[in-house]
Design a protein around this ligand. Sequence first.
Ligand code: CTP
Ligand code: CA
Length: 225
Amino acid sequence: LLAETKAGVLQNLKVLISAGPTREYLDPVRFITNRSSGKMGYALATAALRAGAQVSLVSGPVNQPAPMGVEIVFVETAAEMYDAVLAQADHSDIYIGAAAVADYSPVAVEKTKIKKQAEQTSLILQKTKDILADVALLSNAPFTVGFAAETNDLEAYAQEKLYKKNVGMIAANWVGREQGGFDSEQNAFEIFWHNGRTSLPMTDKNQLAEQLISIIATKFNEKNR
Ligand code: CTP
Ligand code: CA
């Protein structure tokens, strides 16, 4: 009965989710990337589907099975992810930015393999466009949920992201400790919205995704229906 009651919380809603890392190419054989398995984003897609939503996933390169019934667009670079997300965001009800988007990409992408020469070298990098912030800026923006993986000062950084990017909710987690996160089956979140917060303690990522989707649905439904 509980499962039945929960099953419809996102009925008739379109949920767009980004997942996985991006790759910023230096040359045909090298790229800069982020540590991300895509597991959380894919688990969120499955949970949103189970809650009755129509789910679209924009995915970086990952090793995850495609959830049945979810439409997936595969991308590699942050720029490709930006275009794929923005193409769908204005007709989505909810956007969940679970991707680990590269913050910088090389200014020049060499057409041929870079050969080693000098003892030292450096890269010139350009900031990528912030997908989450630009989705939140749309005139008919969906309800936006962002993530924040922090090694320190988690609450302050999460609150800063909430306000600076003007998103509806930030799910923050500790990284760089023995606390789940990137390569783990488990994770935990500190969740912040404009006038409240809650904690989701360490658990299996599938379980955590169900819990986070339920919180997102509650917030969305409070505001919109
Ligand atoms: N994000 C994004 N586009 C980017 C960078 C980040 O959409 N170019 C999104 C992520 O998907 C995530 C949120 O912004 O939902 C926060 O990502 P995070 O890396 O924690 O924050 P940044 O704003 O990039 O700041 P910093 O890396 O300096 O902490
Ligand atoms: Ca970042």
